[in-house]
Ligand binder design. Structure first.
Ligand SMILES: Cc1ncc(COP(=O)(O)O)c(C=O)c1O
Length: 358
């Protein structure tokens, strides 16, 4: 069976050495030494100033909203994983959907301004499939209207825009280190905070709002990463260059073989790529279903990411309509990509797609 992704598991002996360390010192959670080590190594690797590890990417978003004290309406994209929107709703914020660019699949920066009202407190774009948003344009709009910007960078591990990490744009960026991601710690995530003065607040928000043994100044939550997860992260980080180069080769082969038949994502020319996903857009939903069925029959399972478009969610009121997002969501399929995918397996996938489209 070939799935859209497969969790990368590093050398088990190396992982066991970390587990032995955990057993020896008995420190399993609450900002242990491995969490501290991973924070430091990731901040260096990504080239960011303030990185805080948390238990997953969803809670990273929630902590970002609370750290910035968001209220009212937040402009966001309907073309994302549901957690981008649901995390707003669970924090009492109203998602205002602004439509995407049908080629980049990201929030179209030229659409944002028309959605701003006096109730808007922030913009929440997503670097969809690791494709950098138009961060300079979005930054200029936010500055003009005095809005906060949080980037859901769940897919944007190690993306650089011009000469610095894309994670350093906006007020806060959030990452997901879920097992299916390019870099993972089983479950996990991180906040990258650009304003140094907010770091302390975020740190106690992830620990129930506890600042020290005497003070609980904020309504916090439990968003702590544990030592077993950090150990996995440290092992995966050791192998990250190999993981990236293998993914790059897989991605390039799909593009080479299929680019005359299907639409690929238009990538930001000022940014690097991390090859975390290979989305293809078919001409129609019927064509998509034909390709999906042909692959499924051979035990190959691509995923309809992102489907459905989030402006169709039943729990969002008032109802909103983003035509580009709905159209792309109905025709997009993410193909299998992971380091262990063999040349033969990939050739089979490509041949089945070509056959279904002929
Ligand atoms: C765009 C996006 N945002 C947020 C999340 C949530 O991350 P997590 O699964 O780590 O909670 C995901 C997870 O896949 C995602 O793809």
């Amino acid at each position: 069976m070939i799935n859209v992704t497969k969790t990368y598991l590093p050398n088990v002996e190396k992982y066991k050495q970390y587990i032995d360390e955990i057993y020896a010192n008995g420190w399993v959670t609450n900002n242990g030494p491995l969490v501290q080590k991973l924070e430091k190594r990731l901040a260096e690797y990504l080239g960011v100033k303030n990185l805080i590890l948390v238990s997953n990417g969803t809670v990273a978003l929630e902590i970002a909203y609370r750290t910035l004290g968001l209220k009212g309406f937040v402009i966001t994209t309907p073309f994302s994983f549901v957690a981008t929107t649901s995390s707003l709703v669970t924090n009492g914020l109203l998602p205002i959907f602004s439509d995407i660019n049908p080629n980049t699949f990201n929030l179209a920066s030229e659409n944002i301004e028309q959605s701003i009202t006096k109730n808007t407190s922030a913009i929440l774009p997503v670097h969809v499939f690791g494709n950098s948003c138009e961060v300079e344009e979005i930054g200029a709009i936010a500055a003009k209207h005095n809005l906060k910007v949080i980037y859901d960078a769940a897919h944007a591990f190690d993306i650089r825009y011009k000469d610095k990490s894309v994670l350093e744009y906006g007020d806060i960026s959030t990452l997901s280190f879920h097992a299916t991601k390019l870099f993972h710690s089983i479950e996990g995530g991180a906040l990258i905070i650009n304003d140094d003065s907010l770091v302390e607040k975020a740190r106690y928000l992830i620990n129930f709002g506890i600042k020290n043994t005497e003070e609980i100044p904020e309504l916090g939550t439990n968003a702590k990463m544990n030592e077993f997860e950090a150990a996995m992260g440290l092992c995966v980080l050791d192998d990250i260059e190999e993981i990236k180069s293998r993914r790059k080769a897989v991605c390039e082969m799909y593009v080479k073989e299929l680019s005359t038949l299907v639409q690929f994502q238009e990538m930001n020319p000022y940014a690097s790529q991390n090859y975390s996903y290979v989305p293809i857009v078919l001409k129609t939903e019927e064509q998509l279903k034909k390709v999906q069925k042909a692959l499924n029959e051979q035990n190959i399972f691509p995923r309809r990411y992102f489907y459905p478009s989030l402006d169709t969610l039943s729990y969002i009121e008032p109802k909103q309509l983003c035509l580009n997002s709905r159209d792309i969501a109905s025709r997009i399929l993410c193909l299998p990509i992971y380091p262990e995918l063999t040349f033969e397996e990939q050739t089979l996938i490509i041949d089945i797609i070509k056959g279904a489209l002929s």
